[in-house]
Each structure stands twice: as C-alpha cells, then as structure tokens.
Design a protein around this ligand. Structure first.
Ligand SMILES: NC(=O)c1ccc[n+]([C@@H]2O[C@H](COP(=O)([O-])OP(=O)(O)OC[C@H]3O[C@@H](n4cnc5c(N)ncnc54)[C@H](O)[C@@H]3O)[C@@H](O)[C@H]2O)c1
Ligand SMILES: O=P(O)(O)OC[C@H](O)CO
Length: 319
C-alpha cells in the first residue's frame, strides 16, 4: 500500500493525517519536536494546534524523519511557509512532495520554485477552502492538487481523495499555488472590515474587487486566467474571509481592535505575504491596491479611515 508521510504536526498536518488514516490510508505524522510528539502520543490530541479533535489511537506519530520517510510514496509538506525550505533541506531530493503551505519563499518566490531550485523533481501543491477544524471532523470539503506533471497530480489525487475530501487535479501549478497566498492577505483585510463593523456591502465589495486584484497578480505570474475562479482562488477566498476559523481573518479583526496579531507567537501567512507582495509590487510598479493598504496599515503609516478613503477614492472606472 502507498505510504503517505505528513510532515508537520500543526493544525493542517494533524487534520490531514487524521482524516487520511480514518479512510484506511497508510499514514505517518511527523512532528519536529520529540517532546511535542510524546505529548501527541500520550494525549491523542493536538491541544496546541487542533484542540478538541481526538486522534485515532493507531495513527503512527514520530519525530524521527528517517522513520517517517522510510519507503514513503508521497510526502505532504505541511509547515508554515517560513519553515518550508528548512524542512526541504532535510529531505532526499527524489522524494515526491506535495507542498501544502499557503505562503511564499523568503525572497517572494513561489514555494514550488524553491523546491525545484533545491533539486526536487516530482512535486505538486495542495490548495483549497480547507479549514483544519472541519476537515479533521470529517465535514465535506473539496480541494485541488496541482502539478505541471499531470500524471503526478492524478496519482496524488488517488492517495488523498476520500468520501469527505474531494480532490480535483490541475496542471496550473502557478495559479493554484498563488490563489492560496493572495486570499490570506485579503482575509486580513476582511477581518479589518469585520472588526471596524463596515458592513456586509463593504465586505462583498472587498472580496469581489480582491478577486480582480488576485487575477491581475496571478496572470502576471503566468497563471491561467480562469484558475482564480476555482476552489484555490474564489473558493478559498470565500472560506477564509467569512470563517470563524480563519487565523488570517482573525488577525485583521485584532488589528481593528488596536491589538498586534503578530504578538501571538503563531505565524500568520497573510501578514508575511503582505510584506513580500508589497516588495514585488514596488519592484514591478504593479497595482495591488488592497495589498498596499493592508501593508500601510500594518506599518502604521495610515489610519483605518485613510485606508478606506484610499480604496473608495480611487479613479472612477468601469467594472
Ligand atoms: N490550518 C488550516 O486550516 C490550513 C489549511 C490549509 C492550509 N494551511 C496552510 O498550511 C500551513 C501550515 O498551517 P498550520 O495551520 O498547520 O500551522 P500551525 O501554526 O497550526 O502549525 C505549524 C506547525 O509547523 C511546525 N513548524 C514550524 N516550522 C517548522 C519547521 N521549520 N520544521 C518543522 N516543523 C515546523 C510547528 O511546530 C507547528 O507544529 C500554512 O501555510 C497554512 O497557510 C492551513
Ligand atoms: O486559518 P487560515 O486563515 O490560515 O486559513 C486556513 C485555510 O487556508 C483555509 O483554506
């Protein structure tokens, strides 16, 4: 039977490992820290990252990477983007990998580009509207696995699809990967809208215009122009901007309440990506107005009301 190694025992890695194990896949969950691994084994619950979800008694969990990778068919790389390169350094380059983080490399490059440059050849990404809190409880969800190698995408689909987790394939690696990056930034903005109580009209306008902004950016990076309307774009935008579970949306709400969401100790992909996308827009003289307003707010360069005025006061144009 194919063996799947889930590398990273945060919320998403734990949810994927648990869900796949319950559907009779051969899975091992790898956590970096031995003491945390022991806690997972003792409690059969990930209290730090996925509290309240019991883990199957016989789900193998280890902090020994060699053991996790022994005879592996597919490795899911499920750590935050800031840790992806570090983890990839430790993997044999022939390991078939699916990258699950929704963020960018340190220089603003796509994580699949980072992996390719490091010598990985068989790779894909997984992205879609998938909150760990729901997938781990067996609630129905759909997602996309993308790879430029269609055969690999179909193989990964066959390993990951279950009755509660519907996996589509795509060969638009760029579009699928970047949809997940952009929607996190927009979710921070949506949290600001919620926290400032700007109303449903404002939130709808934000999400709809954000889709245009996402499309512009994705196209500039070489994505197919329709991918943004799929699960990894529009689908995840809706899920993240409206969800009680979203860490990115909650970060925007905290900002609106005068708190700094960066103090929590957990990485918030949308904030990190805001900085990297701002850099990219500056370098390429690109127009990413929502990203820019979130950046200016994070940097305390503008007030919330100035941010609203900037977006509402842009040049009049046709839709
Ligand atoms: N949580 C979700 O619902 C969800 C769903 C889809 C995608 N994602 C994406 O998956 C990625 C991981 O998210 P998460 O919610 O699981 O994060 P998390 O904050 O819940 O957990 C992160 C885990 O990664 C570990 N880690 C951090 N750096 C590491 C490194 N260098 N090597 C090994 N382990 C490391 C941490 O110790 C922790 O266990 C993010 O990019 C996120 O956007 C999350
Ligand atoms: O909690 P968030 O904001 O990181 O979002 C989690 C997933 O990306 C939703 O698809």
């Amino acid at each position: 039977m194919a063996k799947i190694a889930v590398l990273g025992a945060g919320g998403w890695g734990t949810a994927l490992a648990s869900m796949l194990h319950q559907h009779a896949r051969s899975v091992v969950l790898w956590a970096r820290r031995p003491e945390f691994t022991q806690e997972l084994l003792n409690l059969r619950e990930n209290r730090d990252y996925l509290p309240g979800v019991p883990l199957p008694d016989d789900l193998p969990i280890t902090s020994d990477l060699n053991q996790a990778l022994d005879h592996v068919t597919l490795a899911l790389v499920v750590v935050p983007s800031v840790g992806v390169q570090d983890l990839l350094e430790q993997l044999p380059r022939e390991t078939p990998i699916v990258l699950c983080a929704k963020g960018l490399g340190a220089g603003g490059e796509r994580l699949s580009q980072v992996a390719l440059q490091m010598g990985f050849k068989t790779l894909g990404v997984l992205s879609g509207p998938n909150h760990a809190e729901e997938v781990s409880r067996g609630l129905p969800a759909a997602t996309v696995v993308a790879s430029e190698d269609e055969d690999f995408a179909v193989l990964a689909q066959s390993f990951l699809m279950t009755p509660s987790f519907r996996v589509y394939t795509s060969t638009d690696l760029v579009g699928v990967e970047l949809g997940g990056v952009l929607k996190n930034v927009i979710a921070v903005a949506a949290g600001l809208v919620d926290g400032l109580k700007l109303g449903d009209n404002a939130k709808s306008a934000l999400m709809t215009r954000a889709l245009k902004e996402m499309q512009r950016y994705l196209s500039a990076q070489g994505a197919d122009e329709d991918t943004v309307f799929g699960l990894s774009g529009l689908g995840d935008l809706i899920a993240t901007c409206t969800s009680q579970h979203s860490r990115n949306r909650a970060a925007g709400e905290k900002l609106a309440q005068g708190q700094d969401p960066r103090q929590g100790g957990k990485a918030i992909e949308g904030i990190r990506s805001t900085y990297l996308l701002h850099e990219w827009a500056q370098t390429h003289h690109a127009d990413l107005p929502i990203v820019e307003v979130v950046y200016q707010i994070l940097e305390n360069r503008i007030t919330f009301s100035q941010g609203i005025s900037i977006l509402m006061g842009r040049k009049a144009r046709s839709e």
